[in-house]
Design a binder for this molecule. Structure first.
Ligand code: MD3
Ligand code: FE
Length: 219
């Protein structure tokens, strides 16, 4: 009996999602750096703790955030911007760890962007139930540079819209280790994250951490 069972779970389902032009999905790309990334996240968070920023409209953001690099993305009642000091500590953000910049450069290269030199990394932490509503990233100076995002911990479903908010988003499931490079025509697409489903990840526990590596200041 046993030998007649076809182990369906071993068959990779086809990637049924059509990615918009300029989006490159690299499954498992960050796994070789996993230990270094987790150690470096802990170092950054020790110096610049996760916090819930306030939107210009006065809402507490659902994802907890921190940054590293020469500038960090912040939000408060006066708006969204990059700042060289952490408003929580009054100190410069921790330096971009070598593991982050190497991962970003290599992922960008694999997607055809040679010489990507990120100067900022926003680190988002999602507990189960946390979501990020559809938005564009428009606070960076150099819109020719790609953005590299790395997903760690609990799985997520990315919502990929179009260049206009009204486009119906495509759902893209992402797992621990997956990396996406967003550049060229995809740089200004609306995107978000569906509410994280409760679960337990072996390395990260009950959370998802996303790194977004960006070029915020002109090269
Ligand atoms: C597509 N974060 O921090 S990363 C964000 O999973 C953000 O934490 C999400 O959106 C997260 O702004 C998604 C993927 C991402 C980041 C930047 C993009 C997708 C993007 C910029 C342009 C297009
Ligand atoms: Fe974004």
């Amino acid at each position: 009996m046993g030998r007649c069972v076809i182990e369906l779970e071993l068959i990779e389902p086809p990637e049924q999602v059509r990615l918009p032009p300029g989006v490159r999905l690299l499954r498992g790309f960050s796994l070789p750096w996993e230990a270094a990334l987790l150690a470096d996240i802990n170092r950054v968070v020790a110096a610049a703790p996760f916090r819930h920023m306030i939107t210009p409209g006065g809402q507490r953001m659902s994802a907890a955030m921190t940054n590293c690099g020469s500038v960090g993305w912040i939000s408060d009642r006066s708006g969204y911007r990059y700042a060289s000091l952490d408003p929580h500590t009054g100190q410069p953000w921790p330096a971009l760890p070598g593991s982050f910049s190497t991962l970003a450069r290599r992922a960008a290269e694999a997607a055809g962007f040679v010489g990507f030199a990120p100067d900022a990394c926003l680190i988002n932490r999602y507990a189960p139930g946390t979501r990020m509503s559809l938005h564009q990233d428009r606070d960076e100076q150099d819109l020719n540079a790609p953005i590299v995002s790395a997903s760690l911990g609990l799985p997520a479903v990315f919502l990929l819209g179009g260049l206009e908010r009204s486009a119906r988003p495509v759902r893209l499931p992402l797992a621990h280790g997956d990396v996406i490079v967003w550049g060229g025509p995809a740089r200004m697409i609306f995107h978000g994250v569906a509410p994280i489903v409760a679960g337990l990840h072996s390395g990260l526990g009950r959370q998802r951490i996303n790194l977004t590596l960006r070029r915020a200041c002109p090269t």
